[in-house]
Each structure stands twice: as C-alpha cells, then as structure tokens.
Design a protein around this ligand. Structure first.
Ligand SMILES: Nc1ncnc2c1ncn2[C@@H]1O[C@H](COP(=O)(O)OP(=O)(O)O)[C@@H](O)[C@H]1O
Ligand SMILES: [Mg+2]
Length: 325
C-alpha cells in the first residue's frame, strides 16, 4: 500500500506525519519504505540525527516517481511518500502511484483556500489512478479551540473524506523530530503519540491493497501514457496554426501542429512542467474567428508541448478547426 502526505502548502505537518506514520507501521513488524520526495530532503536530515533505522528512507524528488516506483517498491508492502510543497510535476507523479492520499490541513481559512489546488490535483490524478482515495486530516489544531469543528463544517462542501482523528499542535512532535525520533519512541504515552496511533488505527492501513499494487501501478502508467497520447484514433486535423498561449500568467507564441479531438501539439522551444494549465487562443482556419480553449500540458520536450483539452471543450474545438462539417 502506498500512502502519501500531500498539500501544496508548506508547514501543515506533512513531513512530521510521514515520519510518524511510517514509524507506526514499522512498529507492527512491517517493512516500510519512506520516500522523501521533497527536494529539501528533510526526512534524510531527520534520519541522520541518530541513524534511525526503524524503516528505510530514500530521497527521490523526481517527477518520474510513478515509473520508478516499480523498482523502488519491490521489496516493500508499505510505502509512505512525503510530498514537496508546490512542485506540480512531482505531486502528480506521486498521486499516480498512491492508494491513499492524506491531505493535512490546518484549521484556518488560508489553509482551506490553499488546499483547493491539491484537491484539484487529486481529482485529476484519479482519472488515471482509479484506486486513489483521499482523506483530509485536520492538523496542528491548537488544543482547547473548536476551530477543528469549523473547518470540518467548511470541508463538508468538498467531495473528500475527513479523518475523524485530529492532530493537535503539540511540542512533543517538534521535540521528538529534533532528536531524530518518532513521537512514539520519544514519548510513547503522550497525547501526540496517542493521536498518531488513533489516526493509523482509523485509516486501517490495508495490506490487502499490496499484492496487486505493482500490477495496478503498471496499468496506471499505461493509462496515463494512453491519456497523454490521447487516443490516436481521433484523426489529426489542420496543421500549423499560429497560437498565443498563456501558462502561469505568462504569454507565449507557438504553432499548433496536430489537433485532434482530445488535444494538440504546440511547437515551442519553451519547456513547461507537465500537469500545468494552459490557455490557448488562435484563429479558426475555417471562419477566421478567434477560438479560446483551455487544457493541460501533458508532455514537454525539445520540439514542443503536448496539450490535452478540457473534455467539455472538445466539441467546440472540432467544429472550429475542421474543414469537414
Ligand atoms: N502537530 C504539530 N505540533 C507542533 N508542531 C508541528 C506539528 N506538525 C508540524 N509541526 C512543526 O511545524 C513545522 C512544519 O512541519 P512539517 O512537518 O515540516 O510540515 P510540511 O512538511 O507540511 O512543510 C515543523 O517545524 C514541525 O516541527
Ligand atoms: Mg515537508
């Protein structure tokens, strides 16, 4: 089973939770690998403090994780992944392999707003990884406040489960990590340790996922690639149209080379992070009317980028660019 701690916002407790969850599973005599996918490598630093070897740790901050995992995971039943903040490519790659994504969220409006991006990414990844479950986890709640309840109500409108257990703001979490320990080793009877145990019992790390999971990942990767190439049975139409496009608020210009129902290839020397949104504007070769369409970058190479259109917009696209009616 692969459990990931994800949230584009930093400081919500991803690394703290990844270490403690990995330790909890390892304490049940299970072989656990913690993949530190954050370029900062905080887990490695933690492990080096006192050479904590209760579970294995590797640093692998790459957006090819979904392909590499087959090799990395082969000796383990349980894998915990500590995701980086704000790196879309790595986060998407993590979610393509994950069974359970835990999204820690602090009980504050800022944290709620920031989580929307991660929720959107989880939904996106589900199109390729149908086994991906997601759970919000209220984290760093200040003891004695009812803020957790407020957040819970606010989260009601989002279509994702919320763990019953809440993780509070507790100094034992900080102190234990400083010493290179899990809170379950440092202060086994503390409230912090109880919260981790309660969380892990609630989530029921289900080993029954695991015997098949490598096959599932292979299928996910295959589905993902099929998605990237976007079903070549859709005939390619009208090549070489100039296109203005915007990515993360910056404007670029290129040429559309292949347009299909599902997507297009844009010739450009710029490279972009796979998974990023793109808005394209070009003139219809049929009636010279401007067309605006949005999509997602699914491939980026030296020749240009592969773009997948939003499903809802594909019909408009076809009507606008084909010479057949
Ligand atoms: N439940 C908690 N109680 C107290 N401090 C916490 C808790 N969770 C995280 N922290 C502290 O907050 C900071 C950020 O936590 P971290 O786990 O690194 O978050 P992230 O990985 O999401 O950036 C760290 O200094 C950590 O010790
Ligand atoms: Mg972290």
């Amino acid at each position: 089973m692969i459990i990931s701690l994800v949230n584009h916002k930093g400081g919500v407790g991803k690394t703290t939770l990844a270490i403690n969850i990995a330790f909890y599973i390892a304490s049940k005599d299970q072989k656990v690998l913690l993949i530190d996918a954050d370029p900062q490598g905080s887990v490695l630093q933690w492990q080096a403090i006192c050479d904590n070897n209760t579970f294995d740790v590797i640093h692998h901050p790459k957006d090819t994780l979904h392909a590499d995992i087959i090799e990395l995971a082969k000796d383990y039943k349980y894998i915990v992944i500590d995701a980086p903040p704000s790196n879309l490519g790595i986060n998407l790659s993590i979610l393509l392999t994950t069974n359970l994504a835990i999204l820690p969220i602090e009980p504050s409006p800022l944290s709620m707003w920031a989580s929307k991006k991660t929720v959107a990414l989880i939904k996106n990844a589900r199109r390729h990884n149908s086994r991906l479950a997601g759970h919000f986890l209220i984290s760093r709640r200040v003891v004695g406040t009812a803020l957790g309840r407020d957040v819970r109500e606010a989260l009601d409108s989002i279509d994702m489960a919320v763990a019953k257990t809440e993780i509070c703001q507790r100094t034992d979490f900080v102190r234990s990590l400083k010493q290179g320990l899990s809170v379950l080793q440092y202060a086994p009877s503390s409230e912090a340790a109880k919260e981790i145990s309660r969380l892990c019992d609630e989530i029921k790390f289900d080993a029954s996922y695991s015997p098949k999971f490598l096959t599932d990942i292979k299928r996910n990767i295959h589905d993902y690639k099929v998605g990237v190439i976007e079903k070549r049975q859709h005939p390619r139409r009208v090549p070489s149209v100039a296109v203005d496009f915007a990515v993360q608020g910056r404007a670029y210009r290129g040429f559309i080379h292949n347009i299909s129902v599902g997507g297009a290839f844009i010739e450009t020397s710029e490279s972009f992070v796979v998974g990023t949104k793109i808005t394209m504007t070009f003139v219809s070769s049929k009636d010279q009317k401007p067309i605006k369409i949005t999509g997602e970058i699914v491939r980026s190479g030296p020749q240009g980028i592969g773009v997948r259109f939003k499903v809802a917009q594909r019909d408009t696209m076809i009507k606008a660019v084909t010479h057949e009616s």
